[in-house]
Design a protein around this ligand. Structure first.
Ligand code: GLC
Ligand code: GLC
Length: 650
């Protein structure tokens, strides 16, 4: 809706800033901001209409947007322009990612520059650096408790080194993802310190109460996120004698987004990251940013409005930076992070496909893909032009967050099914080869999640202990099967560092008091570069896993069909052990089939015929190189335990 006064307001602000109107980039910026401005205004008012300081903060927001553009470096403006046109750049099959801790993967930021070639050797060209802004070493939650959003943690290096790394990555054709920890700050952040000292302006940045009255009401409906290590959602702050909301760890104080000043100042940080050259901004824990008494304080409509507002601001200033919403929530909820109604496709550009990730673990434990299949109807609703981050492991635990109805649809009893999965992966189930641990055990709800590295959960740790060559081989097959599905299903696959060489659980965190309360550290290894050299030694475990991962990546990058153009259909299930989908563009198609069971099993050729490949079609498996011909309906294509195939017409 055109509002004249609003445009006069914008024009005035622009004139005040002396934007050089003769430059093409300035003109495109003016066009972008003008076309987004009333949506920005509308979304802003949806949240802050009744706030006494709404006007001054809106004015500040407008200035920050204009400054954000003025400060945007020339090369980044050019990159913005290059990324435009066609399907969004982040849907491309050319992208393959890795997530890593700078100080655990190598030494620091400058050492990481020396390691870029290692990533490229593997085929990784998209890197998620785990949080690297300043964070108290003893109370850091792996960097997710930020004490300064603008300074790199000194152990990792300097801002100048970060800038150098980003420009070197860009010059090598690589992309970078960084976090903005939106929901909370460290209790050591200046805002928190000043709030704790009783400065009213900063008290309003957080949820702070003089006694337990309001916290008790909130806590009635707020689930515990870290029930064992940090139960409850409030912390007593000794200095102020008050109670502070801290949904995650007690040292992570929740920011209060009902205060527009908080929004505006965090948006300023977002644009600062954009101007560092971030390609994808990972918005940490967005599901939690709005709180309301009487609710779970997750996934509330206002949280979506704030994300849409961020999207439109970023779109105006730094259109080349995409947004990833790190919401690890139920399948129906996750869809909403891509935007709903008239905002469909205009909220987050990417989200984690945590449901698919967890369902792959489900299928691997049960050898049965029916629950995975039951969830797909929901997952296929993702709008065109948005995409997933696909993954098998990350720095967090594996939550079994899919719906009970999906488990039921597959014919299982939800409670017992989840109990089995937890027992299986924590190694308690008799005969289970998995070596993981339960995380976030909540005796009240019987809920728990799972920690452990890809390799240990796939049985490599126990196989090596028992010195069983056959089991070692089987575990490697499982590892590659899991990675294969994540690489071919659509979205940016993001590997977790260490998994490319089969790192096992690292139990040393148990001796470190800053980590021992959080067993997610068991799957955050410190890389031993001498060991990673074994990737070049034929026959070693590192070699097998690394070279197979490399090959999967080559297959993905070599076939643009794997770009996410919403071109996936699941094949109807002809065998409960085998999941299969077809990806196609025009008359070309690739069929991927994954056997999740530990037994040899056969798929009747009818399955391929039904997928549109008739009898006698000549086909080839890009993975094994084997060639076949589609046989009769009642004959079988045979799969070895955990075998998968990537079939093309030959
Ligand atoms: C996200 C991070 C997780 C962290 C939490 C709190 O979920 O992935 O590691 O503990 O946010 O910041
Ligand atoms: C919860 C949150 C998720 C976070 C995780 C950290 O599951 O929903 O966002 O990654 O905790 O362990």
């Amino acid at each position: 809706m055109y509002q004249e006064s609003l445009y006069q307001f914008l024009s005035q602000k622009i004139n005040d800033r002396n934007i050089p109107f003769n430059e093409e980039e300035s003109i495109t910026f003016l066009m972008r901001i003008s076309s987004n401005f009333d949506v920005i205004h509308h979304l802003y008012l949806t949240i802050y209409q009744d706030h006494p300081k709404r006007s001054e903060n809106f004015s500040l927001l407008t200035e920050i947007l204009i400054d954000g553009f003025l400060k945007r470096p020339q090369q980044l403006r050019q990159l913005d322009a290059q990324k435009k046109g066609g399907m969004p750049w982040f849907t491309s099959s050319e992208l393959v990612g890795m997530s890593l801790y700078v100080d655990r993967f190598c030494l620091d930021l400058s050492d990481l520059r020396q390691k870029l070639n290692y990533l490229l050797e593997l085929g990784v060209n998209f890197v998620h650096l785990m949080p690297l802004m300043k964070s108290p070493q003893e109370a850091s939650d792996g960097g997710y408790a930020v004490s300064d959003f603008r300074q790199v943690e000194p152990r990792f290096g300097t801002m100048a080194e970060l800038e150098l790394l980003v420009s070197e990555m860009h010059s090598k054709g690589m992309y970078i993802m960084l976090d903005i920890v939106l929901n909370h700050t460290s209790d050591q952040h200046e805002w928190a310190r000043r709030a704790s000292a009783g400065e009213e302006q900063y008290e309003q940045y957080f949820y702070i109460y003089p006694d337990r009255e309001v916290p008790d009401v909130f806590e009635k409906t707020m689930p515990d996120i870290f029930p064992d290590s940090s139960p409850g959602s409030f912390t007593f702050d000794v200095q102020s004698g008050k109670w502070v909301m801290s949904v995650f760890n007690s040292y992570q104080w929740d920011l209060n987004y009902t205060n527009p000043e908080v929004f505006v100042r965090m948006l300023e940080h977002i644009l600062f990251y954009a101007n560092l050259g971030v390609d994808v901004l990972r918005i940490d824990a967005p599901a939690f940013i709005w709180k309301k008494i009487g609710t779970a304080c997750q996934n509330l409509p206002e949280a979506h409005t704030i994300l849409q507002l961020i999207k439109h601001c970023v779109q105006s200033v730094a259109p080349g930076m995409a947004l990833l919403g790190e919401a690890i929530v139920a399948p129906a909820e996750i869809m909403k992070y891509f935007g709903t109604g008239s905002f469909m496709g205009r909220e987050c550009d990417l989200a984690y496909n945590a449901t698919q990730m967890a369902l792959q673990w489900d299928a691997l434990a049960t050898g049965d893909v029916r629950v995975m299949m039951a969830a797909q109807r929901e997952l296929l609703k993702k709008p065109l032009g948005t995409t997933w981050i696909t993954y098998t492991r990350c720095h967090d635990d594996i939550g079994l967050g899919y719906d009970d109805s999906m488990i039921q649809e597959a014919g299982f009893q939800p409670m017992r099914h989840r109990e089995f999965l937890k027992a299986y992966y924590s190694g308690q189930f008799p005969g289970s080869p998995a070596r993981g641990a339960l995380f976030g055990v909540n005796p009240k709800t019987n809920d728990a999640r799972i920690s452990g590295t890809l390799a240990s959960l796939c049985g490599l740790e126990s196989a090596l202990e028992k010195n069983q060559a056959e089991d070692v081989e089987l575990s490697i097959r499982k590892i590659i099967l899991m990675q294969a599905q994540s690489l071919f299903i659509g979205g940016i696959p993001v590997l977790f560092y260490g998994d490319e060489c089969g790192y096992l659980n690292d139990y040393s965190y148990q001796k470190d008091p800053s980590k021992n309360y959080d067993n997610r550290w068991m799957h955050r290894p410190a890389i031993n570069w001498e060991r990673n050299q074994y990737r070049l030694q034929k026959g070693s475990i590192e070699f097998q896993i690394f070279s197979k991962t490399q090959k999967l990546i080559r297959i993905r990058k070599g076939n643009s069909i794997f770009s996410d153009t919403a071109n996936l259909v699941w094949l109807s299930m002809q065998n409960i052990h085998i999941a299969g989908f077809k990806r196609s563009v025009a008359s070309e198609s690739i069929i991927c089939l994954f056997n999740f069971s530990d037994k040899e099993t056969g798929l009747t050729w009818y399955a391929l015929k039904e997928a549109g490949w008739p009898e006698q079609t000549k086909i080839k498996d890009l993975w094994s190189g084997l060639e076949f011909q589609v046989g009769k309906d009642d004959q079988h294509l045979v799969f070895q335990p955990y075998q998968f195939m990537v079939l093309v017409k030959n």
